[in-house]
Design a protein around this ligand. Structure first.
Ligand SMILES: Cc1ncc(COP(=O)(O)O)c(C=O)c1O
Length: 410
């Protein structure tokens, strides 16, 4: 038998730790705070049924056909109208449809990353982006965040250092709204500072923003794209979090020369996004179903976030170094445990108690964050949130107790 010879890209492929750990958490009866899934109980079945019939009856000749790689014109028109209603100035011919944001991340890596290319990410950052960029051999550099998002001085130092070492970053990847995993928002002041730094060094900024529409508290902060005077922001949007991940549809706006490369890269990947899904999506934007769904999701997730915060207050022990974020939107809450706790080891105890989370270290390009965890509140029910947090608090309490006891012994 001949030896199978894989490409260097294939040889870089790794199963993500998060997927392996999520398998562990799918045991029957386990309450999972692990995924990043919308609540299926609010999926808009009737509007989707209506839109699918319309996509066949009214648009059959288009929806069952290939569509342009840039995107189905009706989709681009409706998405642009939606984005304009959201305060974004965009024309239909600036919208490029993708099979959801994950495809967008893959295409970005395809056009920007050579093995060893420097890419700047937040610390922590979205595990799927880390994975996509790494597959193409990116040399990822994390920049620390605080409660206002990425720290501008640190960003500047990092860029200076990389340029000094002859590895000018290809782009800065940010999730400015309800960041996955931390739930943090990049403040308005910081958005302007980040854009000024990007302009000073003439760098591209990628604004990946799937959670922006899910704000249930506080004021909307202008997007990086809308604040950018130079057209250096690539903005990535998806239907996954506020409507349906099953649609696998999203869109990108980018500077024209970047868009052209992305379109060519997509041709080699899948020729075009599904015309049928694009047309259904356009129908659902046009009849207001998507904006109604955003309202429904926001109301429900506000209730669930509150349930999680209440449960954390009620059940978590008083301990130095134990704290959690207070999200104003999105799907996640970030929990920091005392430094002595290893959340990967703790996961086995948690799974035994039938509760699961995602370990923090998955989200760091350098493996740190061992004492942190991400908790999702959009998927479990309010009752499960209460029960799950109570079990998690028991696990945390006994871990802290064990660590303190063994520290006294040694
Ligand atoms: C920040 C971020 N980007 C992109 C994605 C991918 O989303 P999708 O491919 O479903 O659009 C996710 C999903 O969790 C995410 O959190």
């Amino acid at each position: 038998m001949s030896t199978i010879q894989f490409s260097s890209l294939a040889n870089r492929l790794r199963r993500t730790e998060i997927r392996e750990l999520l398998k562990l958490t799918r045991m029957p009866g386990t309450i999972s705070f692990g995924g990043g899934l919308p609540d299926p109980s609010i999926f808009p079945y009737e509007p989707v049924k209506k839109a699918s019939i319309r996509a066949v009856e009214e648009f059959g000749r288009q929806s069952l056909q290939y569509s342009p790689t840039e995107g189905e014109p009706f989709f681009c028109e409706q998405v642009a109208a939606f984005m304009n209603r959201q305060g974004e100035k965009v024309r239909p011919n600036e919208i490029f449809s993708v099979a959801s944001s994950q495809q967008g991340l893959d295409l970005l890596a395809k056009i920007f990353v050579d093995p060893g290319s420097a890419v700047i990410v937040e610390r922590p950052s979205y595990v799927g982006a880390i994975q996509s960029f790494r597959q193409f051999g990116a040399d990822l550099h994390g920049v620390a965040m605080d409660n206002d998002g990425i720290i501008p001085d640190r960003l500047k130092d990092k860029i200076d250092d990389l340029i000094h070492r002859g590895n000018r970053p290809r782009f800065i990847y940010l999730i400015p709204d309800f960041q996955n995993p931390s739930g943090i928002n990049l403040s308005l002041k910081r958005r302007k500072q980040v854009l000024a730094i990007a302009a000073a060094y003439d760098l591209i900024v990628v604004e990946d923003s799937p959670y922006r529409e899910l704000r249930f508290e506080g004021d909307l902060i202008p997007s990086l794209r809308s604040l950018d005077p130079d057209g250096r922001v690539i903005q990535m949007k998806t239907l996954s979090k506020f409507f349906s991940p099953g649609f696998r549809i999203g869109w990108i706006t980018a500077p024209p020369e970047v868009l052209e490369k992305l379109i060519m890269a997509k041709q080699g990947t899948d020729l075009c996004t599904s015309a049928f899904t694009s047309i259904m999506t356009a129908c659902l934007f046009q009849d207001g179903s998507i904006e109604r769904q955003i309202e429904i999701s926001k109301q429900l997730y506000a209730k669930k976030a509150k349930a999680m915060l209440d449960a954390l207050d009620r059940y978590m022990p008083d301990a130095d170094g134990l704290s959690w974020s207070h999200p104003e939107g999105g799907m996640f809450l970030w929990l920091r445990l005392p430094e002595c706790i290893d959340t990967t080891e703790m996961l086995y105890d948690a799974v035994e108690k039938k509760v699961a989370y995602v370990i923090g270290s998955c989200f760091y390009s350098d493996g740190s964050g061992r004492n942190e965890i991400r908790l999702n509140y959009s998927y479990p029910t309010v009752e499960e949130i209460d029960r799950g947090i109570r079990s998690l608090a028991e696990v945390v309490e006994s871990r802290i107790h064990e660590e303190v006891t063994s520290a006294h012994r040694s």
